[in-house]
Design a protein around this ligand. Structure first.
Ligand code: NDP
Length: 451
């Protein structure tokens, strides 16, 4: 009998905590997966004996580096940058870059770990990675952002490559920042390759990439509702965030006949009982992305709305909820409130927005509940399609890409059903996503032996 057979779940988690002190987000993400995977490991003795879960929960490498830049007043500023390359068993590392003051090694390790399963679920050949910096883009001039992006890439370039590691955007990194970083990569290496995704259409980007995460989260929601013979027509939706994912999720909900009641940012949330129409969403996009404004300004523009400072929107009664801002923004009590108010489905646009207590509330209540690694995989899926287009040196049409995105989200839903359906018929999407993603990566790792 292999030594690892004797390591029970608690023993495994004790080891993860011991080896990763002061990294609560990473430990949380590993625990959520391990809770589901542990019994599945028994289906193949080799998963145990080859220590597959332990190996996936240990990043291939974590690169940490200094990023120096000069602000507009000539002051030297020093930031920390990272790239976490978690696992490349099924393809080059792939995952976004986040620029936000809350970024730490723990946050990026959790995101890279989650990304490994998410990317596997898409069915595309992509490993898992994540990177970023504690740089705060808020309040910075465009020139300062450009200088920072160039300095960041001056170190990052040596760790990435079209067949090695292909970063994308995330919080604080949109098309503009990708442009600055791609330009610097090209300047340093002299190569025009698909080393980043989320690029502008003029230089190798893909149609529908900006929309893909939010749209995908709503397609996944539709797949879940369809298992109950329902759709979005006439349903009310509560959404958090007001960035890329939130605004595109809102847009798709409206297109499919639903009514969006809320959006939020780090200052609080707005509640518009009249519904947040396409015109209002367009205003939010411009105000938040281009003007870098605050969501509370919505109320001055649209009088039907109210703003609640310092709070999340989960107390507003709704049929469906989409957390689309950041990790741990929906806690156990919020989950209880949503269930009490009759919410039927939750589709996570953000990564790990629900804490472990909240996850347990949703699963115990047998809600239709899709974790981020399944529901928000549309973004990385279209990034994968951008890589394919770059390799082929051609661009696919919007209708083709829309259909591929829908098919990929339906495929992920199917995987969740296959591995997550319980004896009473309930689909445990968390379990389904964890096992579906794990199996693919694990089987590839078994093929490679001990490496
Ligand atoms: P954006 O930077 O475009 O928007 C982030 C939004 O979340 C903003 O409204 C921001 O408010 C809010 N927010 C950020 N941090 C906090 C916080 N601590 N508390 C409350 N609100 C906060 O990012 P994205 O929309 O791209 O990303 C949102 C989530 O989706 C993240 O979890 C990301 O990892 C995930 N995701 C994104 C993908 C993509 O394709 N972009 C792909 C898959 C997942 P404020 O303006 O005040 O900072």
């Amino acid at each position: 009998m292999a030594v690892s057979d004797h390591v029970d779940f608690n023993g495994f988690m004790e080891g993860v905590k011991r080896r990763n002190p002061y990294q609560p987000e990473f430990v949380q993400a590993v625990q959520e997966v391990a809770e589901d995977i542990y019994s599945f490991l028994d289906t193949n003795e080799e998963y145990h004996s080859q220590q597959i879960l332990r190996r996936i929960a240990e990043p291939d490498r974590v690169v940490s580096f200094r990023v120096c830049w000069e602000d507009d007043n000539g002051n030297v500023r020093v930031q920390r940058g990272w790239r976490v390359q978690n696992n490349n068993a099924i393809g080059p590392y792939k995952g976004g870059l986040r620029f936000h003051p809350s970024v730490t090694e723990s946050v990026l390790k959790f995101l890279a770990f989650e990304q490994t399963f998410k990317n596997a679920l898409t069915g595309l050949p992509m490993g898992g990675g994540k990177g970023g910096s504690n740089f705060n883009p808020k309040g910075k001039s465009v020139r300062e952002i450009q200088r920072f992006c160039q300095s960041f890439m001056t170190e990052l370039y040596r760790h990435i490559g079209a067949d090695v590691d292909v970063p994308a955007g995330d919080i604080g990194v949109g098309g503009r920042e990708i442009g600055f970083m791609f330009g610097q990569y090209k300047r340093i290496t002299g190569q025009f390759t698909g080393v980043l995704t989320g690029k502008g259409l003029e230089y190798g980007g893909s149609l529908i990439r900006p929309e893909a995460t939010g749209y995908g989260a709503v397609y996944f929601l539709m797949n879940m509702l369809a298992t109950k013979g329902q759709d979005l027509v006439g349903k009310t939706a509560v959404i958090s965030g007001s960035g890329n994912v939130a605004t595109h999720a809102a847009e798709k909900i409206v297109q499919l006949g639903g009514k969006v009641l809320t959006l939020s940012d780090s200052g609080g949330f707005i509640h518009d009982p009249d519904g947040i129409s396409q015109e209002k969403i367009d205003w939010v996009k411009t105000h938040k992305t281009h003007r870098r404004g605050r969501i509370e300004d919505y109320c001055a523009e649209f009088k039907s709305a109210t703003f609640t400072a310092g709070k999340t929107p989960w107390g507003v009664p709704c049929d469906v909820a989409l957390p689309c801002a950041t990790q741990n923004e929906l806690l156990g009590d919020d989950a209880k409130e949503l269930v009490k108010n009759g919410c039927k489905a939750v589709s996570e646009g953000a990564n790990m927005p629900t804490d472990l207590a909240g996850v347990h509330v949703f699963r115990d209540a047998k809600l239709l509940y899709a974790p981020g690694k399944a529901a928000n995989a549309g973004g990385v899926a279209v990034s994968g399609l951008e890589m394919s287009q770059n390799s082929e040196r051609r661009s696919w049409k919007e209708e083709e890409l829309q259909q591929m995105l829908k098919d990929i989200m339906a495929g992920i839903h199917k995987s969740c059903e296959t591995y997550g359906r319980q004896g009473d018929g309930y689909i445990d999407y968390v379990k389904g996503a964890n096992i579906g993603g794990f199996k693919k990566v694990a089987d590839a790792m078994l093929a490679f032996g001990v490496v």
